[in-house]
Design a protein around this ligand. Structure first.
Ligand SMILES: Nc1ccn([C@@H]2O[C@H](COP(=O)(O)OP(=O)(O)OP(=O)(O)O)[C@@H](O)[C@H]2O)c(=O)n1
Ligand SMILES: C[C@](O)(CO)[C@H](O)COP(=O)(O)O
Length: 372
């Protein structure tokens, strides 16, 4: 079977879409456009390598080092050429970061068509009548044989590399470059949902598509760790100075454990103990972010996005309030979510029970997951 790389071009400025940041970094249903696009390829079984082409000023914004990061150029074409330098596979799929709703079925179709042609790309036949004109119609255009081009556009790597190297004219896409070099490009069925976020209103269209169909899973998590010797406690990824520490097999981050268990619970995949048995010495003293990252990854693999998290810490001390923002930011970073979807609260138990007697800290969490 040929190996396949996905190049995701994400170095554009998104001028037409506007907003505080280039469109690929803006939120779409709780995740950035770019994270959604990358996730679609990362979970596809035929993709062996991902090359992410970022703007030179934004190379540090992507923190997952399992991808190859390349600096893009001033045009889409230049960004694709930069991406191609990092490709090591037989076949390559070139995709716009701005098309976050790409489906596995379209990727499959492009990959399959590359068995019979050096190039293959998804497209949709034009179904509406076409006119020429400005404010008035000046003519009509035959729609027969016209298609609306989409990405990913797939190619045999050596063929598209040579095509780009010899192409000096501006080109809207890689199929244009391939055709100019004489390559045969097969058309496969595109998908109406595979829209490109180009203008502001495309965010609303994409959000609407993401909302249907709705498969929502809720999970809860509960955890307790007792106090022991120490000078700080780890809570939701933040070290809080304290006269005692929390005891546990890992770093005893009781809040992060509750959140992790809530995600496993929503997926009906047991709890931390199932995935990271306390009897296994390799998890002794482990950072709890390992567990949370695993749960988030498992959710993605099972086709779920995390919609929001709510975690309540129950303790008299340390006081959590001053650290809430840092805790939300720490978990948002680990989970690839915006902090606005993560809530961390705290309460005392009015000096009642084991938390009231300051024997330990309890945490309870809820996770809501939505099918992607
Ligand atoms: N120099 C560029 C220009 C575009 N792209 C990428 O090519 C894809 C399709 O381009 P387009 O939708 O035109 O994006 P922008 O160039 O960002 O948009 P605009 O023209 O509105 O500024 C996007 O994922 C974009 O990030 C790129 O990697 N490098
Ligand atoms: C590559 C592309 O997405 C194919 O539809 C498109 O040509 C690039 O975007 P633009 O809006 O034409 O700049």
């Amino acid at each position: 079977m040929p190996s396949t790389t996905a190049i995701i071009v994400a170095a554009g400025r998104g001028i037409r879409a506007g907003g505080a940041a280039p469109k690929q970094w803006q939120s779409l249903g709780g995740q950035t456009v770019l994270h959604r696009t990358v996730a679609a390829f990362a979970r596809h079984p035929k993709i062996d390598q991902i090359v992410l082409v970022l703007h030179p000023d934004e190379l540090d914004r992507w923190t997952d080092d399992s991808m190859t990061i390349v600096a893009g150029g001033a045009t889409r074409q230049a960004s694709v050429m930069a991406g191609l330098t990092a490709v090591t596979s037989d076949h390559v799929l070139i995709h716009d970061a701005a098309r976050p709703l790409i489906s596995a079925a379209v990727i499959d179709r492009v990959c399959a068509a590359l068995d019979g042609a050096p190039g293959a790309a998804p497209a949709l036949p034009v179904t509406d009548a076409l006119w020429r004109g400005d404010s008035h119609v000046t003519g009509v255009q035959d729609r027969e044989g016209l298609f609306r081009a989409q990405t990913p556009q797939g190619f045999h790597t050596n063929a598209i590399r040579a095509a780009h190297a010899g192409h000096t004219m501006p080109a809207a896409d890689d199929v244009a470059v391939a055709r100019a070099a004489g390559l045969d490009v097969a058309i496969v069925a595109g998908d109406e949902d595979n829209l490109k976020i180009t203008h502001r209103e495309d965010f609303a269209r994409a959000e609407k598509l993401l909302r249907e169909p709705m498969d929502i899973r809720l999970g809860n998590g509960y955890d307790v760790h007792r106090f022991g010797p120490g000078d700080h406690v780890m809570l939701c990824g933040v070290a809080l100075p304290h006269g005692r520490g929390l005891q546990g097999h890992s770093d005893a981050d009781v809040g992060m454990h509750a959140v992790t268990d809530a995600i496993y619970g929503a997926l009906a995949q047991g709890d931390i103990g199932v995935h990271f048995p306390p009897s296994d010495p390799q998890w002794k003293g482990a950072e709890s972010q390992i567990f949370l990252r695993h749960a988030v990854q498992l959710a993605a693999e099972m086709g779920f996005a995390i919609s929001n998290i709510d975690c309540t810490l129950v303790c008299e001390y340390p006081k959590v309030g001053p650290h809430q923002a840092a805790m939300r930011a720490a978990m948002a970073d680990i989970m690839g979510l915006e902090a606005g979807r993560i809530s961390v609260k705290a309460t005392t138990s009015e000096r009642l029970g084991f938390t009231g007697r300051e024997e330990g800290i309890a945490a309870i969490a809820t996770a809501a997951l939505v099918a992607k």
